[in-house]
Write a protein that binds this ligand. Structure first.
Ligand code: SF4
Length: 301
């Protein structure tokens, strides 16, 4: 997709999503200190903004200060992460960052960096292990350093990928988005994609019939075509049209590839949905069905 048309496409996605998920003014955390943005970034990856905001509030309410978090037992740090998936690993990352910060600065304040040029600040922050995560780096850039960054995690990447905005890795995808979506719309854009990723464009089988983007989504088109083709060729399959193509259930990557492949070749025959032919031998009392010798039915249309 050329840059211009990609910008236009992303703009269309933004407008559709804005209609569906009315932007809520209090959803984003607003400007944060660098330290808070690191903790928020660790909490927020593949988790909703609301959950990440709540976790950040719990850290502020349940601990005396950040030093208290640093010296607390890992179970207490984990408790602040409550309903967030993978709390142990996140708690470890947060505590490691605080320890590293304390060892380097004997304090818990990095805000002098926010006054430096962005590149310089980011270079200094790369010394911290937490910044090995592209998502955390982008979150801090966006929420604490005032730069143009669009944090992408695997949830938002999944949704964008299905929409045909696919890149080989997250940093490349992020760079593409940052070029195509202007800074003043970047935060709202990614918030809306995040809503999509946690609402209908979920792992496994997405809920395309309920999605605002289904008319412009290549994945949804492929799924529909595959369902139609399945309905035509498989005599026993009823018109369960909205069902996703066969692959999505198994793995989050394969359906993406299948949809992409299919989107590339609109004329190609649809990726076969689960072949309905395999059935256990009919019981004596089964309703009379057209006799089908299973092995020969598969290829024949
Ligand atoms: S139409 Fe389906 S695959 Fe496409 S973005 Fe919506 S939920 Fe995801």
């Amino acid at each position: 997709m050329a840059t211009q048309s990609k910008s236009q496409f992303l703009n269309d996605i933004h407008s559709h999503l804005k209609r569906r998920y009315k932007p809520k003014p209090d959803r984003a955390p607003g400007r944060l200190s660098i330290l808070e943005a690191v903790v928020y970034g660790v909490c927020h990856e593949d988790v909703t903004r609301e959950q990440a905001n709540q976790a950040l509030s719990r850290f502020k309410d349940s601990f005396f200060d950040w030093n208290d978090v640093r010296v607390s037992h890992i179970d207490e740090v984990r408790e602040a992460l409550a309903d967030i998936p993978d709390p142990e690993a996140r708690a470890q990352r947060i505590r490691r960052f605080l320890r590293q910060l304390f060892e380097k600065t004997y304090g818990f304040n990095l805000d002098a960096l926010a006054k430096k040029p962005l590149k310089e600040a980011l270079k200094a922050l790369q010394a911290y292990e937490a910044f090995h995560s592209d998502f955390v780096t982008a979150t801090v850039t966006q929420l604490a350093l005032g730069g143009h960054a669009i944090p992408v995690d695997s949830s938002t990447r999944r949704a964008l990928d299905r929409l045909g905005v696919a890149e080989p890795d997250i940093p490349t995808l992020r760079a593409v988005l940052e070029r195509a979506v202007p800074k003043n719309r970047g935060q709202e854009f990614i918030e809306l994609v995040e809503e999509l990723a946690h609402d209908t464009c979920v792992p496994g089988t997405p809920d395309c019939p309920r999605c605002e983007l289904r008319k412009l989504c290549p994945y949804a088109h492929s799924a529909k075509e595959a369902a139609k083709a399945g309905g035509r060729s498989g005599a026993t399959k009823p018109a369960e049209a909205p069902a996703a193509p066969a692959a999505p259930e198994k793995d989050d990557k394969k359906p993406r590839d299948a949809a992409k492949e299919h989107a590339k070749k609109p004329g190609a025959s649809a990726p076969a949905p689960p072949p309905p032919a395999k059935k256990p031998p009919p019981r004596a009392s089964a309703p009379p069905e057209p006799p089908k010798p299973p092995p020969t039915k598969r290829g024949g249309k």
